[in-house]
Structure formats: C-alpha cells, structure tokens
Design a protein around this ligand. Structure first.
Ligand SMILES: [Zn+2]
Length: 495
C-alpha cells in the first residue's frame, strides 16, 4: 500500500521508521517538497478517521488521507498511539532535550536511541515560552510528531521546567506534561549565611511550621547533634549554626514545594506526574547539609522527588564546558549522590547542562546513581551552525543583530564572554562563520540572544524567524546530522 502511494508520486520521501500498522490501518509520515505530512490508509477501505483532518486522495483502488502536522491531528494521533503521549520516566538516566525551534526532536531521538538514556523531549520553562513565542501545547505537539516520525516507542517525558506557581502547574497539566520541575528560588533566604545567631533565631521562629507539619522544638530534636552516616563512610555532622542557618535559608522553600506538590496531587489526582525540585538558581552552591535538610524534610512530609537539582560548585555557564575544579566537583557529586540514595534514590539533575563534557565524563566515571541532564540552547546553536554553512548571508545578519542585542539580553544569564572578541559578520569568510560556533565568546553571545532573534518586534521577527525556519527546513538533513553528531558527543561522554 505504501508503495502504491509512493510510486504514484516519485518526488515524495518516506520516513521509513514512521510506518505503523494498527488494526488494519496503516499510518506513515512523508516529506512532500519541504513539508511533512501524516498519511493514513484504512484497511477497511473506509476512511472513517473522524478525528483526523486532511485531504482524501484516491490512488488506484485505494484511498489515502493526507494530513498536515496540525494541532488537531496531533491530538488525534495521541488518541490512537500511546507512544506519542508523554509518560513518566522515573529514576532512570534521562536527558532533557529542550527544542526552542520545535524541529530538533527527531535528531535528538536518533542520538538518544543509541544509549540507555531516556528522552525528555518537551522541556519547557515558562520564561522560555515568552522568549520563543510558543505555547506549552506546541512544544508537546512537536515532540509527538518527532516520536512518530522516528518510530520511537520506548516512551518520552515532558518537563514543565522552572514552575513557580499553581497557575504554571495548571498550564502544564492541560498541555499534558508529566514532569514538573518546581522552582522555589523566590523563597530562598540567601541572607541567612550572613545573619547573627540572634537574627537567625528570630527568623527560625517565624517559619511557617504548621505548613510543614512541624514545630520548632521537634525540628531541633531531629537535627541538633545529628550524625548522619551515608554511603562510603561519609558522615554528615552539621554544627548548630549550620542547622539553623540552613533551615532559615530553605524553610520556606520546603513549605512552598509542599504547597505546589499538594496542589498538583489533589487538583489532578489522575494526571501522571513526577516532581523535580530545582534549587540551582541560588547565590551560593548548595552545601551538603542544605541538600540533606531539604531532602530529609520533604521525605518526612511525603513529597516524593524523581530528581533534585542542587547548585553545584564551579561554573555552569551557558553553552560552554564546565569551569572550575573538576576533582572537587566529582567529590561533591558523589556526596550529593549519597544523600539522594538515603532519601529514595532520586536522580541528581544537572541544569545548564549543555556542553558540559568534562562533567559528563566525571559523572559517568562514578558509574553510580542516576542522572538527569537539561539542555536547550545548544540545539539552537546547532541550528545556527547549519545556517552558517547553508546560508552565510543570513547567519551574518543574525550574528550582527545578536551582537547589538547582547547588552540587553544577557541580564538573566550566567555567562562570562567578551562581546569585543566576537567579530562582525563582514569580517569573516564563509568558512570562518561555521568555526565561530566553536568559539566560547561567540557561542554565549548567540546563546543569550535567541529570544530577540526568534521573537523580537514584528519587523524583526519577519526578518529572522521565518527565514531561519525556512533555511533549516530546506537543509533538514544537514541540520539533523549536526544535531546528531553534537548529541552523540554529549551522550557518549558518559561512557
Ligand atoms: Zn535550572
């Protein structure tokens, strides 16, 4: 049947991994010109696919339905094939594959299926939705089409990243996300580390003890004099000062996390959900006792985590490798792991995880525990690498525009690049343009300005987004090859 369809139109390309038969009906994806379509052929001869919308084509005796990759058809596909719906990933190695342009998922899957990592394909924070001008639903739909096209049936996760409020949770549940990353950073009291003992005692009393089913006195009973024995002979024996400062710093983080976790559980009891807690966006690295305290308290009040993102020491800047003492990182990581093992064996989650090749090697060499890594911007940079090769003039324009936006756009990012070291487009030969994607300064300038390039004013948007998407569409093979090579490097570094 597929042959009949293809022979009729020799200019079409079949995505052969997509072919699936279900109750006598055949589904597959093709590329027609520069657009992809879902094709359905009904085994019963009657195209009664009410939920799918498309054009009916009669070829020979057979009828086919040619469906655009629309939101409506994505819903219909998820209704028909469970593997196109996000699922829970649990405490096994996983990789967050943020895809800001919505066209990288298939290449991500090509890389991930060579490994034992599970993909979290739709990974979307609220702030990034604003920057890309996409909806939470569009991000899920892109993942649905990617797993269908690649015939990836092992299950993928979808991460509502850096959620701060119950409204954020509502939005992500509605769109079908299954992983919920709670970001309580607004409740961290960073000042605690410089408070006097008297100030700390006052703050400690003011904590919302009722909200975490506790009292100050029972809290002190649990922690004062604690000597926690963890794996590898690692003993955690915090001082009284550390205990009090830790709780003042994180007490409201614990209560806010419980509030959001309870909200999710009670408002959507049927919705599959797993929780990550991210405390990576704090002023100081998370100490081992702070991690222990958060994990132990959440465990006590029955908030179960699938992963936790501490802020590790050393620098995790955007788009480039780790900077810092790798030996120290490895030692601390092992101790963080020992804490995670004590409280349920949740995964340690590495945020700003793009391009941290030396960290992957360090984590992989421990050969212990499970890890989750979050990446996003690095796929956008591979898109730009593709444009640099395929359409140098467009890349030069994007480069110059990104440079002009840098001072404004860099504000919320952890980076250290020097704008003056990034040449203008017209200073570089076509060949040098591609190499720019291997230069740390240029990578960071291009990384932090993606929101402006994709979603600037109307005029700017027309200037870049459509042309960028068109270029990647025309050069699909080159783009996907670049992504696959790049993610092979990310994933194989763990071995
Ligand atoms: Zn983060």
């Amino acid at each position: 049947m597929i042959d009949l369809f293809l022979n009729n139109k020799p200019e079409l390309n079949l995505y052969d991994k997509s072919v699936i038969e279900d109750n006598g009906d055949v589904f597959f994806m093709i590329r027609d010109g520069f657009r992809n379509f879902l094709i359905i052929q009904s085994g019963t001869g009657a195209l009664g696919f009410d939920s799918f919308h498309g054009e009916i084509l009669g070829i020979g005796d057979a009828e086919f339905m040619k469906c655009p990759l629309s939101a409506n058809n994505a819903v219909a596909l998820r209704g028909r094939f469970s593997f196109t719906r996000p699922v829970l990933i649990g405490k096994q190695n996983s990789y967050g594959l943020g895809d800001r342009l919505g066209n990288a998922g298939a290449a991500h899957l090509k890389a991930i299926r060579k490994t034992n990592f599970r993909p979290v394909l739709a990974q979307q924070s609220i702030r990034e939705l604003q920057r890309t001008g996409r909806t939470a639903q569009e991000v899920i739909d892109a993942a649905t089409w990617a797993v269908f096209r690649e015939g990836y049936r092992e299950g993928f996760g979808a991460d509502g990243d850096h959620l701060k409020t119950t409204d954020d949770i509502d939005l992500m549940v509605k769109a079908g996300y299954t992983m919920f990353t709670i970001d309580p950073s607004e409740y961290v009291k960073n000042e605690a580390i410089s408070m006097s003992k008297g100030e700390l005692d006052i703050e400690l009393m003011k904590l919302p003890w009722d909200d975490i089913d506790d009292k100050l006195i029972t809290f002190k009973d649990r922690y004062i004099g604690l000597e926690a024995e963890l794996a590898d002979g690692f003993v955690l024996a915090p001082t009284d000062q550390e205990i009090v400062a830790g709780m003042v710093k994180y007490g409201r983080v614990i209560s806010h996390t419980k509030k959001l976790a309870d909200y999710l559980r009670t408002t959507y009891p049927e919705h599959p959900a797993e929780l990550e807690l991210s405390v990576d966006e704090t002023d100081q690295p998370t100490t081992l006792f702070e991690h222990y305290l958060i994990a132990s308290e959440l465990n006590r009040i029955n908030v179960e985590l699938v992963s936790l993102a501490p802020r590790f020491s050393g620098d995790f800047e955007k788009g480039i490798d780790f900077k810092g003492d790798l030996k120290q990182f490895k030692k601390e990581y092992r101790q963080h792991l020992a804490i995670a093992e004590k409280f349920g064996g949740y995964k340690l989650s590495i945020h700003s995880g793009s391009d941290k090749f030396s960290v992957y090697e360090a984590v992989g060499s421990l050969n212990r525990g499970a890890v989750h890594v979050k990446t996003a911007g690095t796929s956008y940079l591979e898109a730009l690498r593709t444009v640099a090769k395929a359409e140098p003039s467009l890349f030069r324009e994007i480069l110059d525009y990104s440079k002009s936006r840098f001072e404004t756009d860099k504000k919320t990012y952890h980076i250290s690049c020097d704008l003056n070291k990034v040449p203008d487009g017209n200073e570089l030969s076509d060949h040098d343009l591609e190499n720019l994607l291997d230069d740390d300064d240029a990578r960071q300038v291009l990384h932090v300005t993606f929101g402006s390039v994709l979603n600037g004013s109307e005029r700017e948007k027309n200037r870049f987004k459509e042309r960028l998407m068109e270029c990647l569409n025309v050069c699909e093979q080159l783009y996907e090859k670049n992504l696959e090579i790049h993610f092979d490097r990310h994933l194989f570094s763990f071995n």
